[in-house]
Ligand binder design. Sequence first.
Ligand code: NAP
Length: 283
Amino acid sequence: MIISGKELSAKLKAEMAERVATFPAEYGRVPHLVVILVGEDPGSVSYVKGKAKASAEVGIRNTTIRRPDTITEDELLGMIAELNADDGVDGILVQLPLPKHIDEDKIIAAIDKSKDVDGFHPLNVAALWQKQPCTLPCTPKGIMKLLKDSGVELAGRKAVVIGRSTIVGLPVAKLLLDENATVTITHSRTKNLADVTREAEILVVAIGRPKFVTADMVGDGAVVIDVGVNRDPETGKLCGDVDFEACEPKASLITKVPGGVGPMTIACLIENTIEAFLKKVAK
Ligand code: NAP
């Protein structure tokens, strides 16, 4: 069976739209997300468009600020300082990656923690690992919603995550651990990877290599979550890290690319923006 992120995200966005429609009467305005896009990277341009489209669907305000890749680090820091100080801005997202002359960590740390709707700020990351209230990073949050909505039991089950990035692999492993799964994190130096992944009852794949996970790496009845967004070198079409056609017959549940984790990431970004807004107006 296919787990559809497209369907679940549509349902979540419709629910959020209903709530947001009540905000002008209740709070005098709707949540405001500001997205900063530096440069013209086609992938980033398309992600930013997707975020603006989802904002419109839910009825939140979205401002996309575009700057050339010649912008200096100081100029970008100055923009963030202004947005931090602006009471009419609830969420700030700087689309990554940034040009090499800009220190991404410095930029992320400069965003006010309460406006960090990506959940990448060091204080949010620390709070996640200390089980404190925090803004969850959007992709791991979306993956957990997909698993829960599909009724996947996590407590006591073997989960394997391929990839240990700070934005996907590590936080999703932590969230699975918090749900009492027994979690193994694998990476490029893992020996006999297929032996490890075949044991997984829940397999989350976040590598960035087209169709890397083949049928022999998936155990019978596994739940497979494919985070990858790649171009298939043969067809040029969008594809995941999992060879879907080969693995689908072995999996009990599996996500597809596109239409799986991607739309959930965006829905969670909107949710994080609404949560940041509500925390502010509730003060
Ligand atoms: P990343 O920072 O490049 O991390 C990739 C991870 O995969 C690393 O931990 C790396 O191991 C591991 N890896 C690479 N080759 C491997 C191999 N041969 N065997 C086992 N592990 C291997 O990537 P990321 O940011 O996590 O993104 C991963 C993928 O998810 C990309 O395709 C990205 O576009 C996609 N993504 C999708 C969404 C969404 O919303 N759908 C959001 C974020 C990312 P080492 O640590 O040892 O190098």
